[in-house]
Design a protein around this ligand. Structure first.
Ligand code: AHR
Length: 320
C-alpha cells in the first residue's frame, strides 16, 4: 500500500470514528438551575450533587444562587429564558408566587423541573415533574419517633418547642403538618412554642435562646425542621447550662454528617433522613423531558430514620 492510500484510509477511519461518536454521544444539553442558597449542610451537599452530576453527564450547567430570596430566583429564571437554555430546574424558596414566571417559561417552550421543593400553582402542567422528598412523611416520622419515646413515661406531659424552616417553604409547611398529625395520637404531647429559624444554625441558636428565656426548664423536647437549626439550638441549650439530648430531647430532619456527630456525642436523639443527592436523577429526567419522553409527575426520594443508637455504626456509610 503506498503512502497516499494509507493516509486516505487513516483519514477515513478517523472520520468514521468522529461520526459514530457524534451519533452515540448524548446530545449537548444546557440547563439553567436556580438554587435556594447555601443555608445548610444539606443545601451544600445538594449543590455539589447537582454540579458533579452535570459535569459527569456532559450537561452545561448555568447555576444561580438565590440567597434564599424568591425575587432572585424569578430573576434567574427570566435570565435562563433569555439565554434560551434547553431546560430550567429549580428548588423554590417558597411555595407560592410562581405562576407568572412559569408561564413565561412555557411561552418560550422551555420545560421546567422542580427539585427538592414543591410549588403551589393552579395549573400543574406549568412544570414537567417534581423530584424530591415527601416532607409531610418526614414530619410524621419525627412525630412517630417521639410518640414511641413518650410511651416510656405515659403519665408525663411533653412540652415541645418547634424550630420551623423558612416561612412559606414547602418543607416548613409540610414538616409542621406531618409532625402535628403524628403527635395528635397522644394529647400529652403539646407544642408550646413554634417559630422560624430559617433553616440556619445562627437563627436556630438565636430562637432557641429566646425559647429558653421564656420557657426555662419547661421545655422537654426540641423539634427542629432541619439539622442545622438543631445544631445551633444545641449550642444555646448548652450555654443555658442544660444537657441537649438528656434534659431536652432533640429531634430533627436531614441526616447530615453534623447530626450524626451530634448523636454520637449524645446531644441529638434522632434525625429523619432527607436525601439531598438528587443530581444524577435530575440529569437523567432532564434528558428525558427534553427528548419529549413521558416522565412521572412526581418522583419521591427514598429515606430512613436514624436514632442515636445506630449513629456510630451508620456514620461511615453517610455520603453527606
Ligand atoms: O428543602 C430541603 C430543606 O432545605 C432541608 O431540610 C434544609 O436543610 C434545607 O435548607
Amino acid at each position: 500500500m503506498n503512502v497516499t492510500r494509507r493516509t486516505l484510509l487513516g483519514s477515513a477511519l478517523v472520520a468514521s470514528f468522529v461520526l459514530s461518536s457524534q451519533v452515540f454521544a448524548a446530545p449537548a444539553l444546557v440547563m439553567g438551575f436556580s438554587q435556594v442558597g447555601a443555608e445548610s449542610e444539606w443545601r451544600t451537599a445538594n449543590t455539589l450533587s447537582i454540579k458533579e452530576a452535570a459535569k459527569s453527564d456532559g450537561v452545561t450547567l448555568k447555576f444561580a444562587d438565590a440567597q434564599q430570596k424568591q425575587e432572585n430566583q424569578v430573576k434567574a429564571i427570566r435570565s435562563f429564558i433569555a439565554q434560551k437554555v434547553d431546560v430550567i430546574a429549580f428548588s423554590p424558596v417558597v411555595e407560592s408566587g410562581w405562576e407568572t414566571v412559569l408561564r413565561e417559561a412555557r411561552a418560550a417552550k422551555i420545560p421546567v423541573i422542580l427539585t427538592d421543593r414543591a410549588v403551589n400553582v393552579t395549573d400543574a402542567s406549568l412544570y414537567a415533574t417534581f423530584i424530591g422528598s415527601d416532607f409531610v412523611e418526614e414530619g410524621r416520622r419525627a412525630g412517630r419517633w417521639l410518640l414511641e419515646r413518650a410511651r416510656k413515661t405515659p403519665n408525663a406531659s411533653v412540652n415541645i418547642v418547634e424550630l420551623q424552616g423558612t416561612v412559606g417553604s414547602a418543607p416548613a409547611i409540610d414538616r409542621k403538618l406531618g409532625f402535628e398529625q403524628a403527635i395528635a395520637a397522644n394529647p400529652k404531647l403539646k407544642i408550646i412554642r413554634s417559630q422560624t429559624g430559617d433553616f440556619t444554625r445562627a437563627k436556630g441558636k438565636e430562637v432557641m435562646e429566646a425559647f429558653l428565656k421564656s420557657q426555662g426548664k419547661n421545655i422537654n423536647v426540641l423539634y427542629a425542621h432541619n439539622d442545622d437549626m438543631a445544631i445551633g439550638a444545641i449550642q444555646a441549650i448548652e450555654e443555658a447550662g442544660l444537657k441537649p439530648g438528656v434534659d431536652i430531647i432533640v429531634v430533627s430532619i436531614d441526616g447530615v454528617k453534623g447530626a450524626f456527630e451530634a448523636m454520637i456525642a449524645g446531644k441529638l436523639n434522632v434525625t429523619v433522613e432527607c436525601n439531598p443527592l438528587l443530581g444524577k436523577q435530575l440529569m437523567q429526567v432532564a434528558r428525558d423531558v427534553v427528548a419529549g419522553k413521558t416522565v412521572p409527575k412526581r418522583i419521591v426520594t427514598e429515606e430512613g430514620v436514624f436514632p442515636a443508637e445506630v449513629a456510630a455504626k451508620e456514620f461511615p456509610n453517610r455520603k453527606y
